[in-house]
Design a binder for this molecule. Structure first.
Ligand code: F6P
Length: 359
């Protein structure tokens, strides 16, 4: 068996742990593993496919990033390049990719990716490529798994950041707004916001009313708490409004969210007269060493993906369910993203702790 592995989309702490588990589990079966560089690009450009042996994956479990590199601009079904006149050309290179895979004598692919990359994996599997998916993302928005690796590490980073904002907010009697990642879901904002005792948490699943946010700031003021911490998920939306997107989108890449934190901060300052500052935590949430939880989950998922290949159970994803690793069809995974359920006990807990959700 000549097994291939790749990492696609935004990086997340734990990717290297999956790669290590894949390589060592494959070796224990006498199989070879090859890493495709930067998503699928290694098969379509000169970026290459590299053999991965025991030495290549030594000492990488705790390292952030991915030794294979990654990209969110390498969709083989919508490949964007520049024509002679400088204009963008979009083409479907999926057949070429499958041919390159076969020419190299590769037998199966373990595709580690988030919602977008798993979608690509699903389409390639439908076209005959033997694929097993492994869910990764700090956003925790992949269906079919209770948690993705990378999420716990991102929440830890965000919690620590909010903790640090607390003291400066209190010293200056300010409102501090922190914008967190998560794309169209509020998992990171909700979990870190509750853990770091934020006063307001705004998530995309629950459109907010800025007056309700200001009411919370005023209520705290009336109780002698002259500072407030407001956590805003990058995908949060005001009631009747739309998400804030960045203008600097690159060809072939997904729309980038961001900017709502500053808007919320400005609105709070105008309406309450409070001095307000905004911090966009950004890519710090994607970096650093994975937490113990993420390392273990990543290692278990990597080993389970190789077991799925051994059982020739292709077109599936390995995921976490009730503390066990399970397999489920990619068909079920790619049809929807996993949002924060508004009736969950976590949301109830936030409300019971008197955290405003802006609704
Ligand atoms: O999906 C992970 C993520 O970090 C999102 O939370 C965020 O919206 C996006 O990727 C940022 O992407 P980029 O690295 O292209 O700025």
């Amino acid at each position: 068996m000549r097994l291939a592995v790749n990492t696609g989309g935004g990086d997340a702490p734990g990717l290297n742990a999956v790669i290590r588990a894949v390589v060592l589990t494959a070796l224990s079966r006498g199989w070879e593993t090859f890493g495709i560089r930067r998503g699928y690009r290694g098969l379509l450009t000169g970026e290459g496919v590299v053999p991965l042996g025991r030495e290549d994956v030594r000492g990488i479990t705790h390292l952030g990033g991915t030794i294979l590199g990654t990209t969110n601009r390498g969709n083989p079904f919508r490949w964007v390049s520049e024509g002679a006149d400088g204009a963008e050309i979009e083409e479907d290179r999926s057949d070429e990719l499958i041919a390159a895979f076969r020419e190299r004598g590769l037998d199966a692919l373990i595709a580690i990716g988030g919602e977008g990359s798993l979608h690509i994996a699903h389409r390639l599997w439908k076209k005959g490529l033997p694929i097993v998916g492994v869910p990764k993302t700090i956003d925790n928005d992949v269906s079919g798994t209770e948690q993705t690796f990378g999420f716990d590490s991102a929440v830890s980073t965000a919690t620590e950041a909010i903790d640090k904002l607390h003291s400066t907010a209190e010293s200056h009697d300010r409102v501090m707004v922190i914008e967190l990642m998560g794309r169209n879901t509020g998992w990171i904002a909700l979990h870190s916001g509750i853990s770091a005792t934020a006063d307001v948490i705004l998530i995309p699943e629950l459109p907010f009313d800025i007056e309700k946010v200001c009411d919370k700031v005023r209520l705290r003021e009336s109780r002698g708490r002259r500072f407030s911490l407001v956590v805003v998920a990058e995908g949060a939306v005001p009631k009747g409004g739309t998400q804030v997107v960045r203008e600097d989108r690159k060809a072939g890449s997904a729309e980038r969210l961001g900017g709502i934190g500053n808007q919320v901060a400005q609105a709070i300052a105008e309406r309450t007269g409070k001095e307000t500052r905004c911090l966009v935590l950004g890519h710090l949430q994607r970096g650093g060493t994975p937490t113990t939880f993420d390392r273990l989950l990543a290692l278990r998922l990597g080993a389970a993906a190789v077991r799925a290949v051994a059982h020739r159970d292709f077109g599936c994803m390995v995921g976490l369910s009730a503390q066990s690793i399970v397999r489920l069809p990619l068909d079920d995974v790619v049809s929807r993203i996993k949002r924060v359920p508004l009736e969950s006990d976590t949301v109830c807990t936030a409300r019971e702790l008197e955290i405003s959700l802006g609704d």
